[in-house]
Design a protein around this ligand. Structure first.
Ligand code: ARG
Length: 592
């Protein structure tokens, strides 16, 4: 008979799940009236698993928790799955699984390219809005987190089976472009184009500098300000020459962003860019709909939406600006139009916006307005994926020594340089080009991992020396663990590792196997909470369980069948680390 409980069509059921079902069944047999109770099963130091269900059931059953635990233990006879169930202490139920069941999980996961991870039932069409740098401005430390977190969420949700649409909401529209274009027109000798300036991303640095000069001139010279305003009108009305210059600026900036994206190894492509400008043609319509619905109201010549949920310090409803008194539209209106289009035209049922926590109020007001307008209905989820600030060594928001913004590429160079020192120190004999490649993978991975492994909403300090450390919760530690396992597997000539389910595992083998079995559960959690640090924590625990195993259990020198089983554990650990790091957007080199 096929054991349906081991493999259902979509993935390998974890032991935790299967043990939970057994406990639930036992509860139902014992007391049908509370058969809906939570089995509350988790990993435990006392046995493989422990259930706290008895404690939660005292109220509903009128029994003492030790009595319930004892009755459940008696109900749970030895099966293929369970080797023992005993009551302990104040009413815990300690549960051990059979060796066969443990090895069975390893075999089943090894046999599956997805390592037994089921595709989630949540297939919602999901838009992830992330990165969103601003045209003619250099990408700086502020864009690091949105780009890295957004990209990880895209990878995880896609792997779990959602239809994911990436959106790079570029800041490519607004009065600042009138200023910049007017300045460039009046200074035809300014050098900013690719080819005129050296370096791949220098064009956007040059534009950034020119914009600052334009701004200064705008503030100092009323006549220039007047010409710049006229230029805004020309841009918005689509005057050909102005549009052409604008397009050029956008293209140069996007070329520079692409360099950063390639270096970071994120999935964003030019097709994902839907800048603020692309909503310009529908803004008037959007506002009209809001007025017709009675949601947008006049306020001293401007149109605003007054919040029904949020009040300001003056105890008055906080306004969302949908049309300024001069008739212009801004960031708020654009986001309303974008949200509507993502729902109506892209068919999105889940909208995620990855920006720093300072935009929390903006998104709260946008979602409220969209709900009132009837665009954001109850079956559609909209969530602001907020995150904290990157801090400098002084514990304050990261700035250069001169107080300027820190260029993202400089940060990456810094981390890669630190990684290079580590890699060279470990393998002095490696050729320079190999060191360079590995250092790049380690350094970029370290930046991403340091970002993803802290709880999203917290601030963290950008400390490259700590990020690339060989020990501790770093990607370099995980990459080394992975490379070490690959080297063991190479020595076994990648022979196929048949698992012999009759072998009695050592405690360290058992711990590693149970850890491996928990991978899918953690991914499902990341999909539900959108918190990548859970996956980082899991991979770190896994690498440590592997280290403990490898310290105590020789692999290549052990006789069969022990050797085969250990090689199987090595192989599944390497694949889990590689796939898990991949979902974080981090490379796992074969050798380091
Ligand atoms: N360009 C914006 C910024 O730099 C981020 C855009 C975020 N996405 C959005 N739909 N508002 O702050």
């Amino acid at each position: 008979m096929v054991d349906q409980s081991v493999v259902d069509q979509s993935g390998v059921r974890s032991l935790n799940d299967r043990v939970s079902s057994a406990v639930t069944t036992a509860i139902g047999r014992l007391r049908p009236d509370v058969s809906d109770a939570d089995a509350m099963v988790r990993r435990s130091a006392h046995a493989d698993f422990q259930s706290g269900a008895a404690m939660a059931l005292t109220r509903r059953t009128g029994l003492s928790s030790p009595d319930i635990a004892a009755a459940l233990a008696a109900e749970l006879e030895a099966t293929e799955l369970l080797s023992g169930a005993t009551a302990s202490g104040p009413g815990f139920l300690n549960l051990s699984v059979t060796d066969r069941a443990v090895w069975g999980q390893i075999t089943a996961r090894l046999d599956d390219p997805r390592l037994g991870v089921a595709a989630s039932e949540d297939r919602r069409r999901t838009v992830v809005d992330y990165s969103g740098p601003n045209i003619a401005k250099e990408m700086h430390v502020g864009h690091l987190r949105t780009t890295i977190i957004g990209d990880c969420l895209v990878r995880v949700l896609d792997f779990l089976g959602a239809t994911v649409i990436r959106r790079n909401h570029l800041g490519d529209w607004g009065t600042q472009f009138g200023m910049l274009i007017q300045y460039l027109t009046e200074h035809p000798d300014a050098r900013w184009r690719h080819g005129e300036v050296s370096g791949d991303t220098e064009s956007v640095s040059a534009l950034d500098g020119l914009y600052k000069r334009a701004r200064a001139e705008f503030d100092a010279d009323a006549a220039f300000a007047e010409r710049a305003r006229a230029r805004v009108v020309a841009l918005q009305s689509g005057e050909a020459g102005t549009r052409e210059r604008w397009r050029e600026i956008v293209a140069e900036s996007e070329r520079a962003f692409a360099v950063v994206y390639a270096r970071l190894g994120v999935l964003l492509t030019p097709q994902d860019s839907v800048g603020e400008s692309s909503y310009a043609p529908v803004l008037a319509d959007t506002v009209e709909a809001l007025v017709a619905a009675g949601i947008a109201v006049d306020s001293e010549g401007a149109l605003v939406i007054l919040s029904e949920e949020v009040r300001g310090p003056d105890d008055r409803p906080v306004p969302l600006m949908v049309r300024k008194s001069d008739g212009g539209y801004g960031y708020d209106t654009t986001d309303l139009a974008a949200l509507r289009q993502r729902i109506d035209e892209l068919g999105a049922r889940r909208l995620l916006y990855v920006t720093d926590s300072r935009q929390a109020l903006h998104f709260r007001l946008i979602f409220e307005a969209a709900r009132r307008a009837g665009w954001l209905t109850d079956d559609i989820e909209a969530e602001h994926i907020a995150y904290g600030t990157v801090l400098g060594p002084d514990g304050r928001p990261f700035k250069t020594r001169a107080g300027g913004t820190v260029r993202l590429l400089d940060l990456l160079d810094d981390a890669v340089a630190h990684a290079e020192a580590i890699v060279t120190g470990k393998n002095p004999e490696l050729p320079a080009t190999t060191v360079r490649r590995i250092a790049e993978q380690a350094g970029i991975g370290a930046v991403k991992y340091a970002d993803l492994s802290t709880s999203r909403i917290k601030d963290y300090t950008f400390d490259p020396a700590r990020m690339v450390a060989l020990n501790g919760n770093t990607s370099v530690y995980l990459q080394y663990a992975h490379a070490r396992i690959r080297s063991i597997l190479r020595k076994a000539a990648n022979e196929r590792h048949e698992v012999d389910p009759t072998v009695c595992p050592e405690p360290a083998e058992r711990s590693l196997a149970l850890e491996l079995d928990g991978y899918a559960t953690v991914l499902a959690e990341v999909g539900a909470t959108l918190e990548p640090h859970r996956l980082c924590g899991y991979l770190y625990d896994l690498a440590r369980a592997f280290t403990a195993f490898y310290d105590r259990c020789p692999v290549l020198t052990s006789p069969e069948p022990v050797r085969g089983n250990r090689l199987a554990l090595c192989s599944l650990t390497a694949r889990t680390l590689e796939q898990g790091l991949g979902l974080l957007g981090i490379d796992a080199p074969e050798r380091m």
